[in-house]
Design a protein around this ligand. Structure first.
Ligand code: GBH
Length: 491
């Protein structure tokens, strides 16, 4: 029973959506064209360049603002079914609030979306991929209880402007990265590092904002537009290091803190924040002298409003970590989310390393993560909305490590489909090299290389682009396929 043969024979369904993903700030540039407002990444990168590995910023990035036709041409070259991109809030609403809609901002996205639709590429739009209007940050951002209202109003503008063509909506990209990294830590804008309550306050308001946008779509737009609205959560596989009961419990608590905070209120039957973690935080908060738990509660009404408020579960998946109750601990600030969890984490040395410190090719990690969610949340509809591999710029276009990664990942996707997981699509991160946040342009995730030094930001397909194209067109993974040319074509 030869596994290579089994793999060769397995097919992706014809209606499975193969795509790639990007986000506005990472590719668009045009940071101050027309009436676009300033966002928190514009502000942070301009005022605090030392925080960025190469002191770069997204002022121009891959200049998709001027190159969107070339981007769509690349989608056609790859033969993509779908493309996931994000809308820049401050490009559409320069004032952050919905009193004034920018004609130029709307025109840009209309052109971009129309170009995709013209070539039968399904647009999948993320409303928020980390670029909050600076003014709303000044007013408290996600820590403000007004945030859900601001977001709902922005979402309604987007649904009204683009919903005739966009049928797949994602409210937020990666709540964990927004809330933990931006509010509870210092690895994403607005680098608040409010360790005790930042993550938890943000989580509550983010989840409420998601639910408000979802209900607005459901009540006002879905009846005529007929699309779906979900959320994308980063779910790396987090399993126990050993078979001990302690490690099992530690892994569960770590999962609750990493993604349960955002998934549990929306996808669990009961709703509300994860139970064990809530208890731990409540107990520690009392010991630490806080008058109430550092993790805010949902009222009964809120719990019901949020529970079930999603048409699908978007998963960004990259890697796996092993969790230990006693080993590999670091000195987290006290109090903080990961001090609340109080567990250590590690990766195995035999897992192949990418350039990003957090990224390795961990075996079957997609399968483990999705099977876990599938069982826990009673078989929701899934999309994998990101999955990808990084290299240094100097590694160029012969990216065999990325090809190994994608083949393994997609094989794991086939395992999920065989096991009955309702997985409808897969978006590779990323269509092209882009601004990798705090790492600037030093880490590259693209199927296409971008020459950032060239005036046109020239895009060149890597070897992995040809392999992905072949997988999409044949609907199978041929482990021996070798592209015979490095010249791209459109089928
Ligand atoms: C995604 O996040 C993002 O959605 C996307 O914008 C990004 O370009 C892509 O990944 C590649 O990074 O610096 O060691 O503290 C993926 C999940 C989790 C990856 C947090 C970076 C930072 C860890 N991210 N992680 S560290």
């Amino acid at each position: 029973f030869c596994s290579a043969l089994v793999q060769r024979d397995r097919r992706f369904p014809d209606d499975f959506l193969f795509g790639t993903a990007t986000s506005a700030y990472q590719i668009e540039g045009g940071w101050n064209v027309d009436d676009k407002g300033e966002n928190i990444w514009d502000r942070m990168m301009h005022t605090n360049p030392d925080a960025i590995t190469d002191r770069s910023n997204g002022d121009v990035a891959a200049d998709t603002y001027n190159n969107y036709k070339r981007d769509v041409e690349m989608m056609r070259e790859l033969g993509l079914d779908a493309y996931r991109f994000s809308l820049s809030w401050s490009r559409i609403l320069p004032n952050g609030l919905a009193n004034k809609v920018s004609d130029a901002g709307v025109a840009f996205y209309n052109n971009y979306i129309n170009e995709m639709v013209k070539y039968n590429i399904t647009p999948m739009a993320t409303l928020y991929h980390w670029d909050l209007p600076q003014k709303l940050q000044d007013l408290g951002g996600f820590a403000s209880p007004l945030f859900p209202e601001w977001f709902e109003n922005y979402a309604k503008v987007a649904f009204a402007q683009f919903g005739d063509r966009v049928k797949h909506w994602i409210t937020f990209n990666e709540p964990r990265e927004i809330c933990y990294e931006g509010y509870g830590h210092f690895t994403k804008a607005p680098i608040l590092n409010v360790t005790d309550v930042g993550t938890y306050y943000c989580a509550k308001h983010l989840v409420m904002a998601h639910a408000k946008a979802y209900h607005a779509y459901n009540d006002i737009f879905k009846p005529t537009q007929g699309g779906v609205c979900g959320i994308t959560i980063s779910v790396n596989w987090l399993g126990p290091l050993t078979d001990s009961e302690e490690d099992f419990f530690a892994a569960e608590i770590r999962r609750q803190a990493e993604w349960g905070l955002y998934a549990e209120p929306i996808f669990s039957e009961k709703g509300g924040f994860p139970q064990e973690l809530s208890k731990i935080v409540a107990r520690k908060s009392a010991e630490q002298g806080y008058p109430t738990s550092r993790m805010p509660a949902f009222t009964e009404e809120e719990r019901k409003y949020v529970r079930g408020a999603s048409d699908f579960f978007g998963v960004n998946h990259y890697t796996a970590f092993l969790i230990s109750a006693n080993e590999y601990k670091v000195n987290w600030p006290v109090p903080s989310v990961f001090a609340d969890v109080d567990a250590g984490l590690t990766m195995l040395p035999e897992w192949e390393k990418a350039v990003s410190v957090w990224l390795r090719r961990a075996p079957h990690s997609i399968y483990k993560a999705l099977m876990h969610l599938h069982k826990k949340y009673n078989g929701p509809i899934f999309y994998i909305t990101e999955n990808g591999w990084s290299q240094i710029p100097e590694d160029g276009c012969e990216d065999d490590a990325r090809i190994r990664y994608y083949r393994a990942a997609l094989n794991s996707v086939l395992d999920c489909l065989d096991a009955g997981v309702d997985l409808r699509g897969y978006m590779a991160w990323s269509l092209m090299d882009n601004l990798e946040w705090m790492e600037g342009y030093t880490e590259r995730f693209g199927l296409y290389e971008v020459d950032f030094a060239s005036p046109k930001k020239t895009r060149t397909p890597r070897k992995s682009a040809f392999v992905y194209k072949h997988i999409i067109s044949t609907r199978t993974i041929d482990p021996d396929y070798e592209p015979h040319t490095r010249t791209m074509w459109i089928d």
